[in-house]
Write a protein that binds this ligand. Structure first.
Ligand SMILES: NC(=O)N[C@H]1NC(=O)NC1=O
Length: 174
């Protein structure tokens, strides 16, 4: 799909195709449709990033809270979004040993208790070992730093999801 095809989409199709580039936040996709035409994929990505940056803190927290825990309840009950399932599987989060699974569950809970939103990391650009290390280290950060870090990870996830949709030759995207 090239950018002119993206720009030609009705808002219904645009939201259907790109509605989950920010996990469970189709409102963001629906809002940025207003900014068409995009000169290229980077421009679409930048518009999403700017929309996120302009949100109040509560809005940013809301975005983080729409993310499922890594190796959490949604993974075990099969209720992850397709994108999230693929990302978590690629990082090996669906194949943890029972010791690793308990450690992740404990740290996820500790993180959420401390900050009020879940630990978010772009799973596609890392792996199980690094996720476990970061989860433990980032629990020690200040809340403000974690908000900023979580939002940067959301943007990375978004970039890779956009690239997967626009640059891949997968059929039936339109
Ligand atoms: N909590 C969290 O980081 N979730 C995610 N990360 C990612 O790459 N996909 C997700 O769903």
């Amino acid at each position: 799909m090239d950018i002119s095809a993206v720009n030609a989409l009705s808002y219904e199709d645009f939201v259907n195709i790109f509605g989950n580039v920010v996990e469970k936040c189709p409102l963001i996709t629906a809002a940025v449709w207003t900014s068409r035409p995009f000169i290229n994929l980077n421009a679409l990505e930048a518009t999403i990033d700017e929309f996120i940056d302009a949100l109040p803190e509560s809005g940013k927290e809301g975005i983080l809270r729409c993310h499922p825990d890594l190796a959490g309840r949604d993974l075990h009950s099969g209720t992850l979004t397709r994108e999230s399932r693929e990302e978590q599987a690629r990082a090996g989060m669906d194949a943890l040993s029972s010791a690793e699974a308990s450690r992740v569950a404990r740290l996820n809970e500790e993180y959420k208790r401390r900050f009020g939103f879940p630990f978010v990391i772009c799973a596609r650009t890392t792996d199980k070992t690094r996720i476990l290390r970061e989860l433990s280290e980032r629990c020690q950060n200040a809340r403000e730093a974690e908000m900023a870090r979580g939002i940067e990870e959301v943007k990375k996830i978004c970039r890779l999801r956009l690239q997967g949709l626009v640059l891949s030759d997968a059929p039936n995207k339109l």
